[in-house]
Design a protein around this ligand. Structure first.
Ligand code: SF4
Length: 359
């Protein structure tokens, strides 16, 4: 069961559904772990019923992920959305979200989405650089994204954006430019998926012939920290970073190269925590205690104690990381030598080009 910011989301994966394109990186079946069959109205109702029965909450959200929902024939889109209408009427379903391509939004589609009360559309923006989009075989350009945001927003439908740093032709500074261009469109939320090479895709062929090099995990974490910090600074929630782990992706015929990590977001957040700790320590060394939001303790410590080890190399002994219910999610309090300093990864860090990290 997926929970996002207190919401329970009932996911349906529409693999390659309605999509005539073949982006270099895409194998929706492996990425989503789905068979590609569209669920029947009975299957939709039954799955939602199971979620409602097992949730203490009064209502849930439905999300159609993967593929390109609005490229399905209109009667198929209606067939997926119509069974949800009585649940919206009863208040047991609070919202419907779906994902699609920026060039699959037009007035006819928007009329259907409005009639069937879709709340949020997530656009597979991937990049705002036309050369990167062309090199990735996307078949749309940045102008399609701008137009889709404009049409959906005017219709009162919230819009989210997905970005894929590390596509062919992309660079860290290009990925940052894409994010800034996307933020100007006022997205309701973002997903950031660093590009990975999946077996059986055209990108895998380019990789094996030496014509494509993915970001290393370290480079993706470092870039991810910059992108996350920028998005949070613009008060736009990043609802996912890195692909969700599936058996197919983790298996021998899944990801063949690239920055795939089942806890990618935590790596990124730990990086920002480390930068903030260094800043708050202000070159002091010795024993340190850190207070953090109770849900962030393992993020501060880092995977396999990574932060502890990095601080040790700087002459700092991370003694304890204690829950501080008074702290906000992004806030840390560092006590060293009897002095406590507080800081926030969003408001108290800025990126330093010379050092290549946040200071
Ligand atoms: S548009 Fe989406 S579903 Fe279609 S090939 Fe590209 S990534 Fe895959």
């Amino acid at each position: 069961m997926q929970r996002t910011a207190g919401k329970v989301i009932v996911p349906f994966f529409i693999s390659h559904g309605g999509c005539p394109h073949s982006c270099l990186f895409c194998d929706q079946r492996r990425i989503s772990g789905s068979t590609g069959e569209l669920p029947s109205p009975e299957e939709i109702r039954e799955k939602i019923r199971l979620y409602l029965d097992s949730s203490a909450r009064e209502s849930v959200e439905v999300a159609f992920y993967g593929g390109s929902f609005t490229m399905l024939p209109l009667h198929r889109q209606r067939g997926l959305l119509a069974p949800l209408q009585p649940l919206l009427d009863s208040g047991r379903l609070s919202a419907i979200r779906l994902s699609t391509r920026p060039d699959a939004i037009d007035p006819v589609t928007i009329a259907l989405l409005r009639e069937l009360r879709v709340t949020l559309v997530e656009l597979g923006v991937q990049s705002m650089d036309d050369e990167v989009l062309a090199a990735s075989g996307r078949g749309h350009n940045a102008a399609h994204t701008v137009a889709a945001f404009s049409m959906l927003t005017a219709a009162g439908i919230a819009v989210g954006g997905q970005l894929m740093p590390g596509l062919p032709g992309d660079t860290p500074s290009g990925a940052l430019r894409s994010l800034r261009a996307l933020l100007k469109l006022n997205p309701a939320c973002l997903r950031i998926y660093p590009t990975v090479v999946v077996e059986g895709t055209e990108l895998a062929r380019l990789y094996s012939s030496g014509d494509y090099s993915p970001l290393s995990l370290d480079a993706a974490v470092s870039l991810g920290a910059r992108l996350l910090h920028t998005a949070l600074g613009a008060a736009v929630p990043v609802i996912r970073m890195g692909l969700q782990a599936t058996d197919l992706l983790s298996g021998p015929r899944g990801v063949v190269a690239g920055p795939y990590h089942p806890a990618f977001r935590q790596l990124v957040e730990s990086e920002l925590c480390y930068d903030l700790l260094l800043k708050l320590l202000h070159q002091r060394v010795g024993e340190v205690t850190v207070g953090a939001h109770p849900s962030w303790l393992s993020t501060v410590i880092g995977q396999n104690g990574a932060t502890r080890n990095r601080l040790k190399a700087q002459g700092v002994r991370l003694e304890k990381v204690l829950p501080d219910p008074g702290s906000s999610l992004h806030e840390l309090a560092v006590t060293c030598g009897g002095i406590t300093r507080k800081g926030n990864i969003v408001t108290d860090l800025q990126y330093c080009e010379a050092e290549g990290r946040h200071v």
